[in-house]
Design a protein around this ligand. Structure first.
Ligand SMILES: [Zn+2]
Length: 81
């Protein structure tokens, strides 16, 4: 397992900029969602690209892409037709 470390300062609004090398390595693009988590008591922070979820039921299965980067599962879609 390879491990990488990059230091960045957090600005006054709580933002950080992910270096381009990190974005390329993790296939992150503007508009993508990320999951941010941490472990207690170590305070180790993790960040990973979010898997798409249904905007209605949060399922990750049988999704259909909608405009604007949102997704809906076919079961929920069948209920709105
Ligand atoms: Zn759904």
């Amino acid at each position: 397992m390879d491990k990488y470390l990059v230091q960045r300062k957090i600005d006054e609004l709580g933002r950080i900029v992910l270096p381009i090398d990190v974005r390329k390595a993790l296939d992150l693009h503007a508009g993508d969602s990320v999951d941010i988590g941490w472990e207690e008591p170590s305070k180790i922070l993790s960040l990973q690209k979010s898997n798409p979820i249904c905007l209605n039921c949060h399922s990750q299965e049988d999704l259909k892409a909608l405009p604007g980067g949102k997704y809906i599962c076919r079961r929920c879609l069948s209920q709105v037709k």
